[in-house]
Design a protein around this ligand. Structure first.
Ligand code: SIN
Length: 292
């Protein structure tokens, strides 16, 4: 039989919650890394479901990187190192030898401290605990949609600062923290972002967000205390939206399972509920666009 007559089985899609997330079956990401057609199907599913999950992806690091590169250029992380032979493939390794290394335990959108936060990521499990260590994602377009009308009006033109210094840098000695900030100055983004491909409005504040930059106007503020209380209460309210279960999906890992997420409209949280043991994940982070 000629190769052109061989048909691939159709991709099967199983939504995991009403909010976001679908498991896709009948596909190898190694094949998708070499096929325009398969990649286009996955990209369309990602825009629809915001996070996709696959099991049994026993692919090489080169195939992992090649698949993620179809979305765009990859980037390293200034705090978590990359695989030496595969730049852009960030190692998120936890071990019993470093039980206090709990930095990922927070709701966040990846690297919003960059002027151009990542478009998305492809995360593959190398090793995980028998139970525990799940990851959760939240749909931040749904979170925006469900905000009360008066809050939508209040935040319509607001902008906010996002900081690596105040998050990853906080535990560092001061000279290291200031050096990190010099390399990655705090970024500013709209509080409500428009997704560049779907056009959806997205609530775009998270664990990296420190304060609004244009809240302190005569309309909002009379004296300094109004500024402090009103601003921080509103910001904390907005940040807490990701914690609402109706906006979430939770994924239980097994070795060789993969999550692909759209970082422009989701947050995620790696649950640190397991006793000290090995959890090894490798993440290809895909560069994104300026926010608007
Ligand atoms: C991340 O925050 O990008 C990593 C998530 C995880 O390790 O599950």
């Amino acid at each position: 039989m000629s190769a052109s007559l061989v048909t691939r089985p159709a991709i099967r899609v199983e939504p995991l919650t009403c909010a976001l997330g679908a498991e896709i079956k009948g596909i190898s990401l190694a094949d998708a890394s070499r096929s325009d057609d398969l990649f286009a199907q996955i990209k369309a599913l990602l825009l629809k479901h915001k996070v996709l999950f696959l099991r049994d992806q026993d692919i090489s690091r080169a195939e992992h990187v090649a698949f993620a590169r179809r979305f765009g250029e990859l980037e390293d992380h200034p705090v978590a190192g990359s695989d030496p032979e595969h730049p852009g493939l960030v190692r998120i390794y936890k071990s019993p030898e470093a039980p206090n290394d709990r930095y990922e335990n927070s709701w966040h959108t990846d690297a919003t401290w960059r002027e151009k936060p990542p478009m998305g990521a492809v995360l593959r499990c190398i090793e995980c605990p028998a139970v525990g260590g799940d990851t959760m994602w939240a749909n931040m377009a749904l979170a925006y949609e469900n905000l009360p009308a008066h809050i939508k009006t209040q935040i319509a033109g607001l902008r906010a600062r996002h900081s690596i210094e105040a998050t990853f840098g906080a535990a560092m000695p001061i000279e290291n923290r200031l050096a990190l900030k010099a390399l990655y100055p705090d970024a500013e983004h709209p509080v409500v972002r428009t997704h560049p491909e779907t056009g959806e409005k997205v609530l775009f504040v998270n664990g990296f967000t420190t304060h609004f930059t244009n809240f302190h106007t005569p309309a909002n503020v009379r004296v300094g205390q109004d500024y402090t209380q009103g601003m921080s209460t509103l910001l904390q309210y907005l940040i807490s939206q990701a914690m609402i279960p109706e906006y979430q999906v939770r994924w239980r890992w097994s070795p060789h399972s993969v999550a692909i997420w759209d970082n422009r409209c989701t947050q995620h949280y790696a649950v640190m509920d397991y006793a000290p043991c090995h959890r090894k994940m490798e993440r290809a982070g895909i560069m994104g666009d300026a926010t608007y």
